[in-house]
Design a protein around this ligand. Structure first.
Ligand code: ADP
Ligand code: MG
Length: 490
C-alpha cells in the first residue's frame, strides 16, 4: 500500500495512528575453516578450555598475524553468493576497545575498506510476493574469547578457544519492515551460507548471531532513532525482540518521550529488551589500519577460481525445479530451503510424477523423520526405495492405502518395498475371477442389503468397503466397484 507517497508493506496501529517498523541486521557468521583468521590454531567448536590457543591468539608481545587465505576465499565466495560487489582492495583495521576476553586490546576488523560491498538477497513473503533486501557490506573480523562469570564466586574464567576465529559480519540496509520479514531474511541468508558451505549456520553454537537494529516512524517520515539489540541467537528470538522493541518505542514516543540511541539486550526469560549501554560513537574505537598486515589485493583469477566453486543457489534451484518439474512455488520453497531436501527429491522424481514425489517427501517422509529426529541424509528410506514405492502404486501392485503400511515397514526395516510386498504377500488383487469370489461371498452374506440397493444406489460403496476389508486391503477398488455394479445391475 502507499501512504504519504511512500510504499508501505507493514504497519502497526498506535494511539496516534499508523507506525512503520524499520529493521536493519548485522549478522555475525562464523567462517568454516580449519584454522583461525590470523593463526594456525584450530577453529573447531568446543575443545577443552584454552586448547585452541596459539601465542598469536593469546596476544603475546611481538607475535605477528598472518592472513589465512582460506578465510578470504570464504568471504569472497559468500560475497558472490550474495550477488555483491567484491572489493579487490581491502584493509584490516584495529578496532580498539578493552574487553577481558580480548587480550590484544583491539579486534582486527575491516572498517573503511571491507572485502565485500553492496549486494542483495531475495526473500519470499507469506503472501508469495518477493522482496529484495539490500546488503550494505560484508567484512572479515576476529571473534573474541569467552568469559565465564558463573563458575566461581570470586573469579571470572576466560577461554580463548574462540579468540581469533574468523567471522564475517554481514550488514543489511534498513530494508526490513516486520518481524516476519526479518525472520524470513535470516532463514534465507542461513540457507545461502549453508549452500555455499561458508558458515554452518548453527545458531545454538553461536556460529550465526544477529545484532538487530530497530526504529519506528510514521509512514513517509525520515528514519527514526534506532536501538541495537545485541547478539540474538535464534530466529524465533529475533522475531520476538523486534515485536517487543517496536511496541516499546511506539509507546515511548506516544507518551511524549524520545528514543535514545542505545545498545539493548534481549532477555529470553521474559521476552523483553533492556538497556545495556548507550551506543559508543564509531570514532571512539580509534580505528586505524593494522600496521602488522598489508592491505588485501585480490585479483581476477582468484575471484574466477571461486566463481567456479559456487553451487546452484536456492533461488536458481527454485526456478529450475519449477521449470523442470512444474512444481508450485510453495513446494519448491520447501525443497530448496535445504539443499539435501532438493537432492533427495531429484533422485525420487527421475522418471516419476513430480507432484506425487513431493507429496510423499514433504508429507509422510518429513513427518516420520521429524518424529525420529533424523536428518534426511540419515533417512531409513533411501530415495531409491521411496521411488520404488511410488512405482508400486503407479503400476497398481499396491493401493495408495496399503502403500502407507508398506512405508511404515520400510521405516522400521529399511527394506526395499518390492521385497516387503513379496514377503508379506501384499500385492493388489486385480484378477477378476479371484475378486468375483470375494464379491459373491459378501453379496451372499448380506441378502438384506442387496435388496436395498435398488432404492439406494449409494449402497454400492458399502459393498466395496466390505470387500476391501475382506481382502485385507488388497483388492483393487476400481475393479471391485465395476464387478459389484455389474452383479447388482446398477
Ligand atoms: P553502526 O556502524 O553504528 O553499527 P550502521 O550505519 O553501519 O551503524 O548501521 C548498522 C545497522 O543499522 C545496519 O544494518 C543498518 O541497516 C541499520 N540501521 C541504520 N539506521 C537505522 C534506523 N534508523 N532504523 C533501523 N535500522 C537502522
Ligand atoms: Mg554496528
Amino acid at each position: 500500500m502507499t501512504i504519504n507517497g511512500q510504499d508501505v508493506r507493514h504497519t502497526l496501529e498506535g494511539q496516534t495512528g499508523l507506525w512503520e517498523i524499520i529493521i536493519g541486521l548485522e549478522i555475525h557468521a562464523q567462517v568454516i575453516s580449519n584454522s583461525k583468521l590470523f593463526s594456525g590454531s584450530s577453529a573447531s567448536y568446543g575443545g577443552s578450555p584454552m586448547s585452541h590457543v596459539s601465542l598469536v591468539d593469546a596476544a603475546m608481545p611481538g607475535m605477528l598475524p598472518v592472513v589465512n587465505q582460506q578465510c578470504v576465499r570464504q568471504a569472497v565466495k559468500t560475497g558472490l553468493g550474495l550477488k555483491a560487489e567484491i572489493n579487490k582492495f581491502s584493509v584490516f583495521d584495529r578496532k580498539n576497545y578493552f574487553y577481558p576476553d580480548l587480550p590484544q586490546g583491539y579486534q582486527i576488523s575491516q572498517f573503511k575498506y571491507p572485502i565485500v560491498g553492496e549486494g542483495e538477497v531475495k526473500i519470499t513473503l507469506k503472501d508469495n510476493t518477493d522482496i529484495y533486501v539490500g546488503i550494505e557490506r560484508l567484512h572479515l573480523e576476529q571473534d573474541a574469547g569467552k568469559s565465564f562469570h558463573d563458575i566461581d564466586p570470586q573469579s571470572s574464567y576466560i577461554d580463548l578457544n574462540r579468540s581469533g576465529v574468523a567471522l564475517m559480519e554481514i550488514v543489511t540496509k534498513p530494508d526490513l519492515r516486520s518481524a516476519d520479514e526479518a525472520k524470513a531474511f535470516v532463514t534465507k541468508l542461513r540457507s545461502i551460507l549453508r549452500y555455499l558451505e561458508t558458515c554452518d549456520g548453527n545458531m545454538e553454537e553461536g556460529s550465526l548471531r544477529a545484532d538487530v537494529n530497530v526504529s519506528v516512524r510514521k509512514p513517509g517520515d525520515d528514519l527514526g532513532t534506532r536501538c541495537e539489540i545485541k547478539n540474538v541467537n535464534s530466529i524465533k528470538f529475533i522475531g520476538m525482540a523486534i515485536e517487543y522493541e517496536s511496541q516499546r518505542q511506539i509507546d515511548e514516543i506516544e507518551n511524549g518521550n524520545k528514543i535514545i540511541q542505545e545498545t539493548r539486550l534481549f532477555d529470553t526469560s521474559n521476552g523483553r529488551t533492556r538497556s545495556m549501554r548507550s551506543k559508543e560513537e564509531a570514532h571512539d574505537y580509534r580505528y586505524f589500519p593494522d600496521p602488522d598486515l598489508l592491505p588485501l589485493n585480490i585479483d581476477d583469477d582468484f575471484i574466477t577460481s571461486i566463481l567456479e566453486e559456487i553451487p546452484e543457489l536456492p533461488d536458481e534451484k527454485k526456478d529450475r525445479l519449477i521449470g523442470k518439474y512444474g512444481l508450485s512455488s510453495y513446494d519448491a520453497d520447501i525443497l530448496v530451503s535445504d539443499k539435501k531436501n532438493a537432492e533427495y527429491f531429484e533422485k525420487v522424481a527421475v522418471g516419476r510424477d513430480p507432484k506425487t514425489s513431493v507429496n510423499w517427501i514433504t508429507g509422510e517422509l518429513f513427518s516420520a523423520l521429524n518424529k525420529l529426529a533424523l536428518d534426511i541424509n540419515d533417512s531409513p528410506i533411501t530415495p531409491e526405495n521411496l521411488g520404488e514405492l511410488i512405482d508400486l502404486i503407479a503400476e497398481g501392485t499396491i493401493s495408495g492405502r496399503l502403500a502407507k503400511d508398506v512405508f511404515e515397514m520400510m521405516l522400521e526395516t529399511k527394506k526395499n518395498p518390492r521385497k516387503i510386498v513379496e514377503d508379506e504377500n501384499l500385492s493388489q488383487i486385480t484378477d477378476e475371477s479371484s475378486l468375483e469370489k470375494i464379491v459373491d461371498k459378501i453379496l451372499n452374506e448380506n441378502p438384506d442389503k442387496v435388496m436395498e440397493v435398488a432404492e439406494k444406489p449409494k449402497m454400492v460403496g458399502w459393498f466395496v468397503g466390505q470387500i476391501m476389508k475382506e481382502s485385507q486391503g488388497k483388492a483393487n477398488p476400481s475393479v471391485v466397484n465395476d464387478i459389484v455394479k455389474k452383479k447388482l445391475g446398477v
